[in-house]
Design a protein around this ligand. Structure first.
Ligand code: ADP
Ligand code: MN
Length: 173
């Protein structure tokens, strides 16, 4: 590892618990939580609103430029539902959160998503789109799927991820 502190990517279908998990992991480790979706909105790292998919069209170059300096530092928990356009070298650990259909459906409905957007995302989870994207983009040794159905899972995942990261930092010394 070329950085004193690793960078973690927490990915998964919308609603699987990326932001909740990332905040807790960052808090636990004293790392910086970077919510890429928030950055895209706040720093306008997009090329406008996509009417069909009800999301911003990501400007991947702008996103990568904005992330380059903080990621070079290390000590980040990056939270995003995609992962194939980040440089592979940025991440030391890639977590893919997974949630069962009924749970995910409820969470997305509560979020006020349209019926179409709810079903698209549930289908994305069933087809394991993000898992496959992660498997194609990163070395298999660093890609870790974790279940995120219950609050017990959440607590356990935070402890597990923090343990892995502490192990990496210990090994690097
Ligand atoms: P994402 O960032 O992946 O879209 P969020 O972290 O915003 O997901 O979580 C979506 C909703 O699901 C929130 O209301 C959150 O409290 C809840 N949630 C997240 N993870 C879990 C979990 N493991 N168990 C139960 N509820 C969860
Ligand atoms: Mn989120």
């Amino acid at each position: 590892m070329s950085r004193a502190r690793p960078n973690i990517l927490i990915t998964g279908t919308p609603g699987t618990g990326k932001t909740t998990t990332s905040e807790m992991v960052a808090q636990e480790l004293g790392f910086t939580h970077i919510n890429v979706g928030d950055w895209v909105r706040e720093k306008a790292l997009h090329s406008g609103w996509n009417q069909e998919f009800e999301c911003f069209n990501l400007d991947e170059d702008k996103v990568c430029d904005a992330l380059e300096d903080p990621l070079a530092e290390g000590g980040n928990v990056v939270d995003y539902h995609g992962c194939d356009f980040f440089p592979e070298r940025w991440f030391d650990l890639v977590i893919v959160l997974q949630t069962n259909n009924t749970q995910l459906f409820d969470r997305l409905q509560k979020r006020g998503y349209s019926a179409k957007k709810v079903s698209e995302n549930v289908e994305c989870e069933i087809m394991m789109v993000v898992m496959e994207e992660a498997a194609e983009s990163y070395r298999s040794e660093i890609v870790k799927p974790l279940p995120s159905d219950t609050t017990d899972d959440l607590e356990r995942n935070v402890a597990t991820i923090a343990g892995w990261v502490r192990g990496m930092m210990g090994a690097a010394r």
